[in-house]
Design a binder for this molecule. Sequence first.
Ligand code: ADP
Ligand code: ASP
Ligand code: MG
Length: 460
Amino acid sequence: MKFGGTSLGDGQRISNVCKIIESNRAGNEIVVVVSALSGVTDLLVDTAKKVSLGEVSEEEIKDFIGELLERHRTIAKEVIDGEELEPVMIELEMASVELEKVLIGIGYVGELTPRSHAYVISFGERMSAPIVCGALKSRGIKSAWFTGVEAGIITDSNFERATPLMEHTVKGVREKIQPLLKDTVAVVTGFIAGDLEGRITTLGRGGSDYTASILGAAIDADEVWIWTDVDGIMTTDPRLVKEAKTIPVISYIEAMELAFFGAKVLHPKSIEPAMERGVPVRVKNTFNPAHSGTLIVNEQEKTEEVVKAVSVMEKVALVTISGVGMIGVPGVAAKSFTALAEEGVNILMISQGSSEVNISFVIERRDLKKAVSSIEERFKHTGVVRKVEYNKDVAIIAVIGAGMKGTKGVAARVFTAVAKAGVNVLMIAQGSSEVNISFVVSEKDSKKAAQALHREFIEQ
Ligand code: ADP
Ligand code: ASP
Ligand code: MG
């Protein structure tokens, strides 16, 4: 098995992180939240699955662990000097021994539960945090590292998409790490926490941003800084539209909508804890720290632009359930959505035609099979739903901006621009907040649609 990510960027990133901390230390207390080295979480997800399916021998598990350990040790050697290196090497070795045992155990029982899955994927952060801590120490900065739960973050027991129990968390974080901050930089693993019984939970993929926001809220931080590889939140995904530019200031609600609709730069839940305590969030570039990035705040002074950003959410599927038997029958939507909720399927968008002959909704593509079979099962032999159809190659495009509220004609401009680009719209929804208009197109058209909207509203 080979690594998905390259080790090239990681050493550089860690060195940049240390420099950023060094230059901000005077007059500040700092908590640093780290994610896994690039590609490691994906690799752990993939390996855990293969092991549970019996596709990996014990020998191969050992090889995998050897490679994983070697990659971390190489980076540790790159960024840690002197006597600080040895203890980190030992910690890495210990983590790898633990991971090996867990994987071999999963191989034996041939079962991967949400709890054991969370446990396996927690090792990405559990192996990167000691490296960052060691790198700081070797630069003469007093530092200590903690897992999320050691830092006081307590969540419910939804192992794969846990939600923090804020009362416990505020208390825990204030007890466990706040007192140290006067002279110590606390390094905390992002993405992972623990439930009330101390079992490891994860906050959903990309959840390190969420950890930072939870900790920032718990200690009433002056600001939460989220570091990424672009100059802040941009007007659209820069990989799709090269004219994308940084948004200097954005409101919590706009940022939340943008993250919800697929702007990968932020975890969708990461705004909420900071917003609740009024802690400003700033998104900045590790490779260009002098750039002020994007500031996310409560209210923003009146701005000119109606539409601030266009986001594209790929890897989603559109499901339509239909049947004349649905007309006038109450509870079809409720039953369908209950069936989906019981399967843990997250619904991203809903639309019902007023004829009541069909209901459409959008879900993550990976949930499609589960979704279709749970609805078919629920309405079996009832004669209410005749057909469950789906289109798995679709994308959601969302146009976002608080200025749309009360501005007439935005929807007309959106759909005219999209039509002119020759893109067919499959479904439409407008959030009641009026901060977004979102619609569904074929995935092959998503780039064209985003470019057309960016041109219409942003590039003037
Ligand atoms: P990190 O590994 O730093 O957490 P992510 O991969 O999670 O970074 O997210 C950063 C990437 O998100 C950027 O490189 C960019 O390609 C992509 N992205 C998508 N939409 C946006 C947007 N609106 N603004 C900025 N980046 C975006
Ligand atoms: N390492 C986790 C992931 O890949 C969390 C993160 O990167 O934010 O999902
Ligand atoms: Mg991220």
